[in-house]
Design a binder for this molecule. Structure first.
Ligand SMILES: [Zn+2]
Length: 313
């Protein structure tokens, strides 16, 4: 894997700009993701935790999850899958305490090989530079201290997740590059940190063992049976930050309940929910920028800001 580094000039841009620009007074966290539900199932604990520690927590979501499989009965009252999933995301955003949600208005590309890959609006059919430019625009607009996105394999190799990862990495460079002025007059801005959220391997391996015990195939996981858990568990990433969200686990679960169209079978609910709550309640990150010193952080704002204590629920 490669963890791209930022140009050496990035930090100095920020140092000179932060004093001069209209920097928000509250700390800011920006998550750049692909579909409604990524904000909850991947990093909902982290987002809920920081929004309750005085951080303005924003989401940029590239698509509305149009290619997701949604039960007919759940489409009642909605014009489309996109409308249903957007409503679910807005419900979850309210629970997680997000300060704002922005859609990039691309279309869900579906899993590899699906006809959705070739839709003209599919995220994976867009030039990377264009998507990166849009993400850079939102970085300049929101001025986040910390940016989080998917890991280099997009968590479970979803093509949209990988595209968002790559566009966010490039977008970080564009946002701080003063030679790219064409963004509504917004000044260049360099976030202080960039993290990639990654799925806990230990938990995944435990799930694989349980699936095998139950006679299920770990190569065919998920509602659409298109996730190869066994292949994903084989990829090892270094873990640079661990966010323990046990104190806000109830909120994370309320947000998960908003995504009724994407919650499935007993495999993702029931026993696994219990296991996650009891054993896990942790979300893991690779620190892409600045490069990790080897220490495992317990706070994404460590070394840059002192946050207020967790607000009582
Ligand atoms: Zn997704």
């Amino acid at each position: 894997m490669t963890i791209p580094s930022q140009p050496a000039t990035t930090q100095s841009h920020h140092a000179t700009l932060s004093a001069a620009s209209n920097r928000p007074s509250r700390p800011v966290l920006l998550a750049v993701l692909a579909h409604p539900d990524d904000e909850t199932f991947g990093m909902g604990g982290t987002l809920a935790y920081y929004s309750r520690r005085g951080v303005d927590t924003y989401l940029v979501c590239a698509t509305r999850g149009e290619a997701g499989d949604v039960d007919e009965s759940l489409l009642h009252g909605f014009q489309s899958i996109a409308a249903r999933r957007e409503a679910e995301l807005r419900c979850a955003a309210g629970k997680l305490g997000l300060a704002g949600v922005t859609f990039l208005d691309y279309r869900d590309s579906g899993m590899p090989g699906s006809p959705d890959n070739h839709h003209p609006q599919a995220l994976v059919a867009q030039p990377l530079r264009q998507v990166a430019h849009e993400i850079a625009y939102h970085i300049r607009r929101l001025q986040p201290d910390v940016v989080v996105t998917f890991d280099p394999i997009g968590g479970y190799r979803h093509p949209d997740h990988i595209a968002v990862h790559q566009a966010t990495v490039r977008g970080m460079d564009f946002a701080s590059d003063p030679s790219i002025p064409d963004m509504d007059g917004l000044a260049p801005f360099a976030p202080k940190k960039l993290y990639y959220q990654t799925i806990p391997r230990g938990f995944m391996r435990l799930m694989i063992r349980i699936m095998r015990l139950l006679g299920r195939d770990p190569h065919k996981f998920g509602k659409n049976k298109d996730i190869d858990l066994a292949a994903i568990a084989d990829v090892d990433f270094p873990i640079h930050a661990v966010i323990n969200y046990r104190a806000v686990a109830d909120i994370r679960d309320e947000a998960a309940a908003c995504h009724a169209s994407q919650s499935s079978s007993s495999l993702t609910g029931g026993a696994f929910t219990w296991l996650r709550r009891v054993i896990a309640s942790k979300e893991l990150y690779i620190r892409a920028f600045p490069p990790s010193t080897g220490k495992v952080e317990r706070d994404l704002f460590e070394d840059i800001l002192e946050l207020p204590p967790l607000r009582r629920l």
